[in-house]
Design a protein around this ligand. Structure first.
Ligand code: SF4
Length: 360
């Protein structure tokens, strides 16, 4: 841990007490905790030192670091760099070459068992792992060395979690996710890229309670990946109504109708995009008019592909509209039956027995 507390670090960066408490409330909200936990979070962040973080890059595009660093104004995403003590990050650290190699060695030796390891990117395993070298060392060896001394291992982005696009069929370098290398508990903050707010929430949880949040069977925190995107999507009423975008830019697209026919994979995807959103809560891909590509799902580059082809077998497509149609059909059939009944009655009126038989 760094000697400076998280609160002290935030104060030094000009974050007010009010904003600090707002940050604590937002973290509790993202974690799905009640408001009664906010004082506990605030107390922990005030007293505890910032956890040291070693952030590694393997086979990837650095999109997850970009996601963290590209915030346009002070936000939860930006204060990530204040709530952790970022000791090693190849993209943004000042040292390079041998000095960078030395700083990594120093940290994992001096702070063994006391740092959080964050991994961005998949690890190639084909031919002994020769397809990714950093500083003369294979990614697979760095991953094992750093991971074995970490107090927590967090994979960020789909590549680090499940292999991502480097592992897509035919996967010539036999890329895998971090858990396949390390085994044990690895928190998978999946997504392409991961959502920086979810990363912050995991760190806050770890600092406050001393434990990692509950994970699903894919190692993803339940607070962020426990709900199906389709069930939280603002376009869902249009799905239920059978109102679909049929072509890019058509009237339905302009009116914000459902993107299911355009290949949206929201019904198979689990992440909190519809509630947390991106760019400081401004929007998310489906709101912006693009189908979900299930970027937080294992093997999405194979299983969700082609991205613009409609998913088959999704229950409930247009159920409301269909129910209305059935309702109209029943109403029409009832009206026809009533009319036919009237005709029969008129034709048989005055013949005695039928009126009596009907009890009139
Ligand atoms: S199919 Fe996609 S756009 Fe339509 S409701 Fe589901 S998640 Fe939203």
């Amino acid at each position: 841990m760094s000697e400076e507390s998280i609160y002290e670090s935030l104060l030094r960066k000009g974050v007010s007490r009010r904003d600090f408490l707002k940050f604590c409330s937002t973290s509790a909200m993202i974690l799905g905790l009640s408001s009664s936990t906010v004082p506990k979070i605030a107390e922990a962040l005030e007293k505890k030192e910032r956890p040291s973080v070693v952030w590694l890059h393997f086979s990837e595009c650095t999109g997850d670091s970009e996601s963290v660093l590209r915030a346009s104004k002070p936000s939860i995403a930006q204060v990530i760099l204040d709530i952790v003590s970022l000791e090693y990050h190849e993209t943004i650290m000042a040292p390079s070459g041998h000095a960078a190699e030395k700083s990594l060695k120093d940290i994992i030796t001096k702070k063994k068992g006391k740092y959080i390891a964050v991994y961005e990117g998949a690890v190639p395993t084909a031919d002994g792992g020769v397809y990714c070298f950093i500083g003369g060392h294979k990614a697979i060896d760095i991953c094992k060395e750093v991971g074995s001394g970490a107090m927590a291992n967090i994979a960020v982005g789909n590549c680090a979690c499940f292999g991502g696009i480097p592992a897509a069929n035919p996967n010539p370098t036999k890329c895998v996710g971090i858990k396949d290398i390390l085994g044990g508990t690895v928190v998978n903050l999946a997504g392409c890229p991961m959502n920086a707010e979810n990363f912050t929430a995991v760190v806050v949880h770890f600092v406050t309670f001393g434990t990692l949040p509950a994970l699903d069977k894919h190692g993803r925190p339940l607070f962020a990946y426990g709900k199906c995107i389709h069930n939280n999507c603002e376009r869902r009423p249009h799905f239920d109504q059978g109102q679909f975008v049929r072509q890019w830019g058509d009237m339905g697209h302009r009116l914000g109708w459902c993107l299911y026919e355009m290949g949206c994979k929201g019904p198979m995807a689990y992440q909190n995009c519809p509630t947390i959103r991106w760019n400081e809560g401004t929007s998310w891909p489906v709101q912006a008019g693009h189908p979900c590509i299930a970027c937080a799902s294992p093997n999405n580059w194979d299983d969700a592909y082609p991205f613009y082809k409609r998913m088959e077998g999704v229950p409930g497509v247009g159920w409301q509209a269909n129910a209305d149609k059935v309702g109209l059909g029943i109403a029409a059939a009832t009206a026809a039956a009533v009319a036919a009944h009237g005709i029969i009655r008129a034709a048989t009126r005055g013949k005695g027995p039928s009126d009596k038989e009907e009890g009139h």
